[in-house]
Write a protein that binds this ligand. Structure first.
Ligand code: TMP
Ligand code: ASP
Length: 245
């Protein structure tokens, strides 16, 4: 396995590129954990492998459901081969229940089921703390050149349907989550980045216990146990459907 050279290091991942390969790159899942635009930092041993494996299983499931992503293959125990994409500078958040920043903004308790899923866009810019942007702001100010917002919303809502199909039988409520999209060298729109408990809110359907990064953000403890539990349930859900790591 030729990693190539490190071309990017983000909060949770590193990207390696072989200059001779114009189509694909390696993505390394780190054990690091950050929150609030990396003002809060942590890590736990094995987190990179757990997240990489969970993202792998979900991308495989989505592929079977007809959702294209940048995923190519998984190389134990922390590397994912992906199509190189130009990331659209929007974080696409889908909400099924009221929680997090939306609950805070509206001065409401977390947990209310929304009448329908909500899609929100945040402008990807660490220096600005990824601010919320409206559809009109994105279009008028050309914040995401060449991006069809309706296509992004449709894709995000379709992915939401599939993710709920996955987490529900696992006894987990998919409260909300964040997606990123990119375009490959041929201009194809692909789901990118990762889908893991780092970028999702997952609550136990019965006890409402949190099984996601809020355990770290809110100092609840037991994040390693929570991620291992989601991983375990996901592995068995996928195995029953013939999808292995
Ligand atoms: P929020 O309620 O803080 O806006 O977060 C909504 C969802 O997006 C939640 O599942 C966590 C995820 N998220 C990220 O993955 N990265 C981020 O930088 C933020 C702010 C949220
Ligand atoms: N992903 C962001 C960070 O690492 C924010 C968050 O998830 O809370 O800082």
């Amino acid at each position: 396995m030729n990693l190539g050279t490190l071309v990017y290091e983000g909060k949770g991942k590193k990207i390696y590129k072989d200059p001779a390969d114009q189509r694909q790159v390696w993505m390394e899942f780190k054990d690091d954990l950050t929150a609030f635009n990396a003002q809060k930092k942590g890590s736990f041993s094995g987190k990179g492998r757990l997240n990489g494996e969970m993202a792998t299983l979900i991308f495989r499931y989505l592929k079977r459901a007809g959702i294209p992503s940048h995923f190519v293959s998984w190389e134990p125990d922390r590397f994912m081969r992906v199509e190189e994409v130009k990331i659209i500078p929007l974080e696409v958040v889908v909400r099924n229940y009221l929680a997090g920043s939306l609950a805070k903004k509206l001065g409401k308790e977390e947990g209310e089921k929304l009448p329908r899923p909500i899609v929100e866009f945040y402008y990807k810019d660490d220096g600005l703390n990824d601010p919320f942007v409206s559809d009109d702001q994105i279009m008028a100010l050309n914040l995401a050149p060449g991006t069809d917002l309706m296509a992004l919303k449709t894709a995000a809502l379709e992915i939401n349907v599939h993710l709920r199909e996955i987490f529900r039988p696992m006894g987990l409520r998919l409260v909300d989550f964040k997606l990123e999209f990119g375009r490959d060298v041929d201009g194809r729109l692909l789901l990118a980045d990762e889908i893991t408990p780092d970028g999702c809110r997952l609550w136990d359907e019965k006890t409402l216990e949190k099984f996601d990064k809020d355990r770290f953000r809110r100092d609840l403890g037991g994040i390693d146990h929570a991620y291992k539990e989601v991983h375990k349930r996901l592995v068995s859900f996928m195995r029953e459907r013939g999808i292995e790591i």
